[in-house]
Design a protein around this ligand. Structure first.
Ligand code: SAH
Length: 352
């Protein structure tokens, strides 16, 4: 019989399984604490659980860990990038960043991505599958263990499109914020999407306290469709309508991500169009100087991004240029995984 992935289950779900097996339901709370608070991933070490129940747990459940395949540490700013190997041999990336207020972690939600954004390395390596809730969660728990810290913020901005893995991502959000477990306020979580409109409505209706980041990257449909194929399905008008609904329903401000790219989206005219699009919307614009990806020719400079920010500010739009972290450790997301897959394939090993 295949074992159940316990790290993907809520405390109630564990309780229900125990109840069905004739065990005491309330034991679930104890076990859940071992897993999510004490971070003990071996049933034999759960000392206040009877030997008999521990035996049952071992037969019924598995705790899927991730393996550090590669770890790169920045000598400039303490950013650490992990390449994790999943139980089935696939790879995902996780980045730990240090700020003055604490640590923030960037996690992946899928192995690869279907969205095909032209400037993104994750798209180049192709899509394999979505991550389980436990696989998103364990990126955090294992990174915290490895680094000996607790993160104060989480961004769902690694490999993958979170809203294309809606069920597992929202389950992950429940697990990470559960007051009987890890208990992190969702106010410290940002979820980034390329703009899957129906899912933005669905997320809004859940009224979570997280920050929604929307990857806009271009203020008009023609240009956006060229760099982000998702725009052909959900255009800017539909996207902005969903964003307005999100803000109205949740009372939360949205962050718009905008990768500044020379000769593509950063002219005076682009700034004017962007300002017109966002006028009156409770939002913030986060400008990211586009990261170079080997296979693509997109580029910019930090000063070009700063100049674009100035243009926006003159037009009354709040914008900041995102700090570049870990610039010495193979920056853009998805590049480590792509290289690891290439290597695995060359060796005839696992991978895509
Ligand atoms: N799929 C989600 C989240 C993952 S990407 C999304 O599209 O939002 C996280 C952010 O990094 C997105 O805003 C994405 O557009 C941006 N990004 C991807 N590749 C980039 C690159 N080469 N340079 C700058 N930003 C990039």
């Amino acid at each position: 019989m295949e074992k159940t992935d316990i790290m993907s289950l809520t405390c109630d779900e564990i309780g229900d399984i125990l109840g069905q097996a004739g065990e005491k339901k309330f034991r679930a709370k104890q076990i859940y604490k071992w897993l999510h608070v004490k971070r003990v991933f071996d049933f034999d070490e759960m000392t206040d659980i009877s030997v008999q129940l521990r035996q049952y747990m071992k037969e019924k459940f598995c705790i899927n860990g991730l393996f550090v395949q590669k770890k790169l540490e920045s000598s400039i700013d303490n950013t650490v990038k992990y390449l994790y190997r999943l139980p089935d041999g696939n790879f995902v990336e996780t980045v730990l960043m240090e700020y003055s207020y604490g640590h923030s972690i960037c996690v992946s939600t899928q192995v690869g991505c279907k969205m095909g954004c032209r400037f993104c390395a994750s798209a180049i390596a192709g899509f394999v599958r979505s991550l389980e809730p436990s696989e998103i969660l364990m990126q955090i728990y294992q990174t915290e263990k490895d680094a000996g810290i607790r993160v104060s913020g989480i961004v769902l901005m690694g490999i993958g499109e979170p809203l294309d893995n809606f069920e597992n991502v929202t389950k992950f959000l429940r697990l990470i914020s559960d007051s009987g477990g890890n208990d992190l306020s969702l106010r410290h979580v940002s979820l980034s999407t390329c703009g899957i409109v129906p899912r933005i409505y669905e997320l809004a209706d859940m009224k979570l306290q997280l920050t929604l980041s929307v990857s806009l990257h271009c203020p008009d449909d023609k240009g956006r469709s060229e760099i982000m194929p998702v725009n052909k399905k959900y255009n800017i008008t539909q996207l902005m309508e969903a964003c307005r609904y999100y803000i109205k329903t949740t009372g939360r401000r949205i962050t718009f991500e905008y990768a500044v790219i020379d000769d593509v989206n950063s002219s005076e005219e682009d700034a004017a169009k962007l300002a017109a699009l966002l006028r009156g919307i409770n939002c913030h614009v986060n400008l990211i100087p586009v990261n170079k990806v080997k296979e693509r020719s997109y580029r910019t400079t930090r000063s070009a991004a700063a100049a674009f920010a100035k243009r926006l500010e003159k037009k009354g739009i709040n914008a900041t240029v995102r700090r570049t972290l870990g610039s010495d450790i193979e920056a853009a997301c998805g590049q480590l995984r792509r290289d690891a897959d290439k290597q695995a394939n060359a060796n005839g090993g696992a991978g895509i």
